[in-house]
Design a protein around this ligand. Structure first.
Ligand SMILES: Cc1cc2nc3c(=O)[nH]c(=O)nc-3n(C[C@H](O)[C@H](O)[C@H](O)COP(=O)(O)OP(=O)(O)OC[C@H]3O[C@@H](n4cnc5c(N)ncnc54)[C@H](O)[C@@H]3O)c2cc1C
Length: 500
């Protein structure tokens, strides 16, 4: 059924700068696009477009601006440090590159890949190509861009940073008193009241006179860091811009009013869009998702409003992270930095390896290791178990998720971990301790999800065994690390002492 589709498919179209109509409402979401007209009106000089975690042609403000500036060298930088810190995310990006290269080649262009530290790579590329401008997407948080401009200018070019085509430019949705929102629901209401800028069509690129040398599309450091996991995770990944649009089409075809409840069932893989990894590596923009979903709503499809609300959580996280860039390291509510908890150790290792003896937690940890993803509700339960039942520092969990998730996003990961730990903005209260067994009975009543990942002989269990490092202990029925009631009481007692 083609009920929710509109005519858009990613591809090449002649470029017209789009500046969304002034919202005439309370919120101006579209400031971000206004700069595009002004950028680079100078003579046709080769420019570099750095595809910085935005691995698409559609709705790519940096690419649109670069295309206006002159012949474009499309560049991807594979940073070994990034591969070591976030191997699954690096694998996910590497897997998207062939599709991006193919899309560029369809219009005579190509992807130039360079491995190394971004500052050094950009300097070398500017020297090699004689480019006078570099267009790239803003870092998250903005602060990560500090050294970049100096490196680019030192090599003789200018750096132009562009917004990432999130729903809203960061810092543009503000409270009545002009401050950023700290609570999601009013943020959502304000966002919903305004209009979201239209996505930009893919630009037609003009070609440079010659092409600089390129490394291959492979990312050896990511492959090494993923070790045995690479091949297993790869089977669960559908990479590339066109695959992301296919997934969106399929999701909108099956979306209905049950989305809000179905999304909590871990064994129901069709319940949600499964697009968080595509969003994280920029194969599709949040704005494109928004407008496609709105179009579906206009055709009478149910569930859209709930879906848009989920999507807005991503922008909320990015907005918070931008305002508090150390959110991945320190508690947003600073008093929580003194909360007593343990660091890394054998219990954290058992949690990482899916051997806590709590079936839903272990199933989730295995799912993440073997596929690079974990169902959202199970993420909440596995995270809560670590910080509350085991009383282990939330940063131990955040770091592991950052290594294993193909949809790793610094802002979403930090906000959600702080939400679970009770120390973040709009956080779940610490005394709300999920009971993983009760949650399992409610959301996995037929054991489908747990059996898939834990039952010897099941496909998920086999995938996990194939991906796990050889040093890991594969124990299908480990003894519980702690009795759930005792763990809960221990956490509540610690909380009561902390509050005194
Ligand atoms: C401890 C913890 C860590 C997490 N770390 C990440 C992370 O690193 N990267 C990441 O993308 N998501 C993270 N999430 C949020 C969420 O689990 C995933 O985005 C989710 O599994 C998306 O699946 P989907 O695309 O099928 O969701 P859908 O239901 O289709 O939702 C659509 C989109 O909304 C956004 N979204 C939904 N829920 C959230 C949320 N709670 N926070 C932020 N955005 C949301 C995602 O971009 C998602 O793709 C984390 C959640 C928890 C509890």
């Amino acid at each position: 059924m083609d009920r929710a589709r509109d005519s858009f498919r990613p591809g090449i179209s002649s470029y017209t700068t789009q500046v969304a109509a002034d919202n005439a409402g309370t919120v101006n979401f579209d400031r971000s696009c206004l700069g595009i007209r002004e950028v680079n009106k100078r003579e046709a000089m080769t420019v570099i477009c750095w595809f910085r975690r935005v691995l698409r042609l559609d709705d790519h403000p940096a690419l649109v601006a670069a295309a206006e500036g002159g012949p474009v060298i499309p560049l991807v930088i594979l940073d070994p440090a990034e591969a070591r810190a976030h191997p699954a995310s690096a694998q996910r990006q590497a897997m998207a590159l062939p599709d991006l290269d193919a899309a560029l080649r369809r219009q005579g262009s190509r992807l130039i890949v360079r491995r190394g530290d971004p500052d050094a790579v950009l300097s070398a590329m500017i020297r090699d190509s004689g480019a006078r401008a570099v267009h790239a997407t803003q870092g998250l948080p903005f602060a990560t861009d500090d050294g970049l401009a100096a490196a680019v200018e030192g090599a003789g070019a200018r750096l132009h940073l562009h917004p990432p085509a999130d729903l809203i430019p960061r810092g543009s949705v503000l409270t009545g008193t002009g401050t950023r929102f700290k609570v999601f629901t009013p943020f959502w209401r304000a966002l919903r009241k305004g209009s979201i800028a239209d996505p930009l069509p893919a630009p037609r690129l003009s070609l440079p006179m010659s092409w600089p040398a390129s490394d291959g599309l492979d990312w050896p450091e990511a492959r090494a860091a993923m070790n045995r996991g690479w091949d297993v995770v790869a089977r669960h990944v559908q990479a590339g811009e066109s695959a992301a649009h296919d997934r969106l089409d399929a999701f909108l075809d099956r979306l209905d009013a049950r989305y809000g409840t179905r999304r909590d069932t871990p064994s129901d893989s069709d319940a949600t869009s499964g697009l968080s990894d595509a969003l994280a590596v920029g194969e599709i923009s949040a704005r494109r998702l928004w407008h496609r979903a709105m179009n579906a709503q206009a055709h009478g499809i149910g569930g859209v409003e709930d879906f848009l609300r989920e999507l807005a959580w991503r922008d909320f996280a990015r907005d918070l992270f931008d305002a508090t860039p150390n959110m991945g390291r320190t508690c947003w509510k600073s008093e929580w930095n003194d909360f007593p908890c343990s660091g890394d150790g054998p219990e954290a290792e058992a949690w990482r390896q899916g051997r806590t003896g709590v079936a839903l937690v272990d199933a989730g940890m295995r799912e993440m290791f073997a596929t690079g993803r974990m169902h959202n509700r199970v993420r909440m339960i596995a995270a809560s178990y670590l910080v509350k039942h085991l009383m282990i520092d939330w940063r131990v969990g955040l770091d592991w998720f950052a290594r294993c998730l193909t949809d790793w996003d610094a802002a979403s990961n930090a906000m959600n971990w702080q939400w679970v730990a009770g120390c973040g903005p709009d956080a779940s209260p610490y005394f709300r301790v999920f009971n993983p067994d009760t949650q399992a009975a409610k959301f996995d009543g037929k054991h489908r999800y747990r059996d898939h990942w834990l039952k010897p002989g099941a496909q998920g269990a086999a995938d996990f065994a194939a991906a796990a490092p050889r040093s890991w202990v594969l124990d299908h029925h480990p003894a519980p690390l702690i009795d759930l009631d005792r763990g809960r009481q221990r956490a509540l007692d610690a909380y009561a002492r902390f509050r005194r």
